[in-house]
Design a protein around this ligand. Structure first.
Ligand code: ASP
Length: 444
């Protein structure tokens, strides 16, 4: 029997009520043996995450200010959960030693890690599971980069003799013995590493949404959940800003061929989204729609360059890109015509060097005309099935035409995994809604 690794995010463990749901999920499947918790998150929208409270205590400690009151709020969160669940335990000793350490050495990483550490202690006790300190198994080098091989070895050694374990997310220890955290949201990464180490059959990532949505719910009303998405498709959508999972959580499971299942702690009956490898054997039933997701991102500018006979001029593109390089600009897209070239860049990055870039481009390639157009949004239609389906692009542009949206740029990647369209920022919501209608509503 292979095992499942289950990670629960902060909102899934924000209160005693949430702990009960989590325990029911874990107890509902004997394969759910390895549990990775986050620190208690928000219970309501204005609430403060324990991690943020810990950062604050550390900041106060660092400036020599008394942080007793702020730390008391943290104690209250844990003590509230413990007493409401009726668990027979006290974290008083832990609280004291954390306070002492913060006074002596106010390290941000140490402070933040205690949220997961304490929550792991409580959850292990509540479930009757073993507690394994992440500091003993997740290894970082002295610069703070994860040492995956050493970590996998340590996790295997530690877990081999245990039937179950709660391993707190988000942190580990450097080879010099200092506590080190991943970047925010990093418990996702811990879960992925544990799944790799135990060769889990699946990595379940439990959160407060029922998976990835086909489109942004602020734009499309009640969008469908994506049932199955490949790692590559996910990367395309994540680049456009769709976020549920920490970026670094992909690699450890992807390299081991382990699927991730995004699940909702508050709706465990929902199947969620399965993230699978690119060569996954898709069953016929999972093919519901031609496209997988639609995403949009604002804040781009295009530098439009025109010059007669551009196509005959050797090194034209190279000179243009050299100017961008000299100004520290990376480009997102660069479609070109015979006498035109248009380069999409982030407006934020362009702003500080805008005039300089234009002046240098004038000098480098002597264009007939050059201009910058701001207020551009990129819209990505992503889907592994587009490659084998005719007419997809035609349908996308028919949607644009019906919406009277002017298309400014088109880019289809060679992988045919996505079509990227540049539109004016004002047109973005309507464009997304029309594409959603065309591909999701009309295919129902
Ligand atoms: N608690 C940490 C954060 O708020 C890590 C995590 O939740 O994954 O970022």
């Amino acid at each position: 029997m292979s095992d499942k690794v289950v990670k629960f995010g902060g909102s899934s463990l924000a209160s005693a009520e949430q702990f009960r749901k989590v325990a029911a999920i874990i107890n509902g499947d004997p394969k759910r043996k390895y549990v990775v918790p986050s620190a208690p998150g928000k219970r309501f929208s204005d609430d403060i995450k324990v991690t943020d409270m810990l950062y604050k205590c550390c900041e106060l400690a660092g400036s020599g200010v008394d942080f007793t009151d702020d730390f008391q709020l943290i104690k209250d969160r844990y003590n509230g959960i413990i007493s409401e669940l009726g668990i027979d335990m006290s974290l008083d000793e832990e609280f004291d030693s954390i306070t002492k350490e913060l006074k002596a050495r106010p390290s941000k990483d140490f402070a933040a890690s205690r949220g997961e550490y304490l929550n792991g202690k409580v959850l292990a006790k509540y479930l009757g599971f073993n507690f394994v300190d992440a500091a003993d198994v997740i290894v970082f080098d002295t610069k703070g980069s994860l040492l995956l091989d050493e970590t996998v070895k340590a996790v295997r050694e530690r877990l081999s003799s245990l039937d179950n374990a709660v391993i707190p997310g988000f942190y580990g220890k450097t080879t010099e013995g200092y506590i080190k955290t991943f970047s925010r949201g990093g418990s996702d990464v811990t879960g992925s590493i544990i799944a790799n180490a135990v060769r889990a059959e699946i990595y379940e990532n439990w959160t407060d949404v029922s998976g990835f949505l086909v489109a942004d719910p602020r734009i499309v009303e009640n969008p469908d959940v994506i049932e199955v998405i490949t790692y590559r498709e996910l990367r395309e959508l994540a680049y456009m800003g769709a976020s549920v999972l920490h970026e670094d959580a992909i690699f450890p499971v992807r390299s081991a061929g382990i699927p991730i299942n995004i699940r909702n702690t508050n709706r465990p009956e929902d199947a969620g989204t399965m993230i699978v490898s690119d060569d996954y054997n898709f069953s016929r039933e999972s093919i519901k729609h031609t496209i997988t997701g639609i995403a949009g991102k604002k804040g781009f500018s295009t530098i439009n360059i025109e010059k007669a006979m551009m196509n005959n001029e050797t090194g034209f593109g190279m000179k243009v890109l050299q100017v961008l390089f000299n100004n520290g600009l990376s480009f997102e897209h660069m479609p070109s015509g015979i006498d035109t070239m248009s380069i999409t860049v982030s407006s934020d990055k362009l702003d500080p060097v805008r005039d300089k870039v234009i002046a240098e481009l004038r000098k480098a390639v002597a264009p007939d005309h050059i201009e910058i157009e701001d207020g551009i949004a990129l819209l990505a239609v992503v889907g592994r099935r587009m490659k084998n389906t005719r007419g997809t692009v035609a349908r996308i542009f028919a949607s644009m035409a019906h919406a009277r949206v002017n298309v400014k740029m088109i880019d289809q990647g060679s992988s045919e995994l996505n079509v990227i369209i540049g539109v004016s920022e004002n047109d973005l919501p309507e464009a997304i809604r029309r594409i959603y209608d065309m591909f999701i509503n009309s295919e129902k």
